[in-house]
Design a protein around this ligand. Sequence first.
Ligand SMILES: [Zn+2]
Ligand SMILES: [Zn+2]
Length: 261
Amino acid sequence: MIYRTDYHIHSSFSDGRAAPEDYIAPAVAAGLREIGFAEHLTLFRGPLDWSMDASGVEPYLKHIDNLSRNVSGIRIRTGLEVDFSPGIIKEIHALLSKSKLDYTIGAVHYLGDSTVDMGPEFYDGKDIDTLWEDYFNHVVAAAASGLFDIIAHCDLIRIYGFRPSSDPEKLYRNLAASFKMHDVAFEVNTNGRNRPIGDFYPDRKYLSIFREENVPVCVNSDAHMPSRVAQYFDEAYDLLKRAGYSEMAVFKNRERFMIPF
Ligand SMILES: [Zn+2]
Ligand SMILES: [Zn+2]
């Protein structure tokens, strides 16, 4: 069986619906060799019901460390899905550098004070071309920050189906080039299928662009409940193969290794 990983899992430490323990059996059943938790971490946004703040990190890491000592048959990895904001790079760096992690996932959910994925109202009265450009610029800045090993759902701005007035291919080319330049991986995030857009992130149409730039890739479920671990992975790997990919990135102690699939 091919070596599969799922590095983007949310448990009750952020907005997942179950304890980390509850994800292990479904992960083993799905044939995963590694499962990695990546709880939301959002700094300086006040208390949020969907994300940890800095004080949540240590108890979370301890819990996962304990869990991994008591589980066999699958490797458990530890990550964080960190909200990127250009103004707090130093603060994020300080926290990440003292935390024992296998990988960090950088995510852009916020444009300004609002998140792009909490409801379609965000898009009301806004210029969609500008929003797309703004979103992609933030993702490029996240990749360039040096904080992250993986970038999450790199075109989340698609979520409600608002499209720019012309083909955004150039935005994807620029994104892929910056991922390559800053040596970060991207993910095929299968959870988009469960969201209003109804398909993976990024747009499958542009996967070959990431391949042309030779950007390392992971397949992640972004599961918020155990039944969604490794969901739609056969289809995601198939898409990647058709785009020309034959290997994927795995992580341990913030080091990346490539494994064929
Ligand atoms: Zn996210
Ligand atoms: Zn997530």
